[in-house]
Each structure stands twice: as structure tokens, then as C-alpha cells.
Design a protein around this ligand. Structure first.
Ligand code: IMP
Ligand code: MG
Length: 187
């Protein structure tokens, strides 16, 4: 029996082994960059960043805390871009004196992270950087500084490894390209 996600999968963009290798590399670079830091805090942006965070944290050798924040944009559907970002779940700890590294799944237009970075900056962390697994540079509408990028990708709608297809299939262990025709045929 084919797995339920298979009918929506056009092709595999980044396979599991490549993902794991790159996450390990990022972990090594981050460990080296923050080697002398005694107050590193990774902030995972839910829900998409959760797989990336849980793998990345295990490759970071510097002692660090983790926390979670959920944001949402108004508007539903695979390709809705909206400028109304809001906090659905806030952090549980203060950022004062912390070296904050945001861990995100994908940057598309940039609106979500622009909002998140401004908001976190206003809480006066010791430093603030952004790490994204995927970057769709060609879709950028707001410029934001990204310090760590896993993969630069083309403008294709993707799912798996935390990224959803209508809230499902975040558990797929690779990054797959969505077959938009199969999706259309559903609705
Ligand atoms: P932005 O505000 O346009 O940068 O979009 C950010 C959010 O849109 C991401 O955090 C994802 O949750 C979602 N997103 C953007 N592109 C994709 C995609 O290809 N697949 C799944 N979610 C996506
Ligand atoms: Mg996200």
C-alpha cells in the first residue's frame, strides 16, 4: 500500500541523508561560533521548525537552552501570503542577557520572520540571529538578515521534515515537492 502522502509527492527535493548531514554541519558551525557563549538560547518557531530544532540541538555541543514560540499568519491555503502575523504562543522565559538563535523551517516572503525578529529584538537579548533550514530567496518581499541557511531552494511548494501540507505530513522524513495538480484534484 502506498503511504498516504505519496499521491501529493511530485519528487523528493532533499533526501533524509542529505538533510541529516547538513543539520550536523550547521550544528558544528553554530557550536564553533558560540564556543565562548554561556547563555545560548535556541528558539524554535512552531510548528514547522520542530523537526529541525530537535535534530539541530543534538549537534550543538555548547550548553544551551531551548524554548518555543508559535506564530500564525491570517489566511489559509498553501500559498497565502499575508502581512498579518500574530503570536499564538509566546516564550516562557525572558531574553535578557541571552544570545538568541531563532530556528525556523523556511523563509518565503520574509514577513513572518521580520515580525518575529522585531518583536524579539525589542526584548533586548544580548544578540539575535536567525537559522533557517530552507530559504526561498526568489520569493523575498521583506529583507531580513539570515545568519545560517541549510539549503537555498527554488520557488516550489514543499512539505516534510516539519513542513506541512494542509497541516499534515510533517512527519515525512525528507523534503518533498508538492504535486499541485493532485492537490487541486482533491478540492
Ligand atoms: P513567509 O512569512 O512568507 O516567509 O512564510 C513563512 C511561513 O510560510 C513558513 O514559516 C512556513 O510555515 C510557510 N511556508 C512558506 N513556504 C512553504 C512551503 O513551501 N511549504 C510549507 N510551508 C511553507
Ligand atoms: Mg514556519
Amino acid at each position: 500500500m502506498p503511504a498516504p502522502y505519496e499521491k501529493y509527492l511530485k519528487e523528493i527535493m532533499i533526501d533524509t541523508e542529505t538533510l541529516h548531514q547538513r543539520v550536523a554541519e550547521l550544528g558544528a558551525v553554530i557550536s564553533s561560533d558560540y564556543a565562548d557563549c554561556d547563555a545560548l538560547l535556541l528558539i524554535c518557531i512552531l510548528k514547522g521548525g520542530v523537526m529541525f530544532l530537535t535534530d539541530l540541538t543534538r549537534h550543538i555541543t555548547v550548553p544551551h537552552e531551548i524554548d518555543f514560540m508559535a506564530v500564525s499568519s491570517y489566511g489559509k491555503g498553501a500559498r497565502s501570503t499575508t502581512k498579518n502575523v500574530r503570536i499564538v504562543m509566546d516564550l516562557s522565559i525572558s531574553l535578557a542577557g541571552k544570545h538568541v538563535l531563532i530556528v525556523e523551517d523556511i523563509i518565503d516572503s520574509g514577513y513572518t520572520l521580520d515580525f518575529v525578529m522585531r518583536m524579539l529584538q525589542s526584548r533586548q537579548p544580548a544578540s539575535l540571529r536567525l537559522c533557517t533550514l530552507l530559504n526561498k530567496q526568489s520569493r523575498r518581499e521583506v529583507q531580513i538578515p539570515i545568519h545560517y541557511v541549510g539549503f537555498e531552494i527554488e520557488d516550489k511548494f514543499v512539505f516534510g521534515y516539519g513542513l506541512d501540507l494542509d497541516e499534515k505530513f510533517r512527519n515525512v522524513p525528507f523534503i518533498g515537492v508538492v504535486d499541485l495538480d493532485a492537490l487541486k484534484a482533491d478540492s
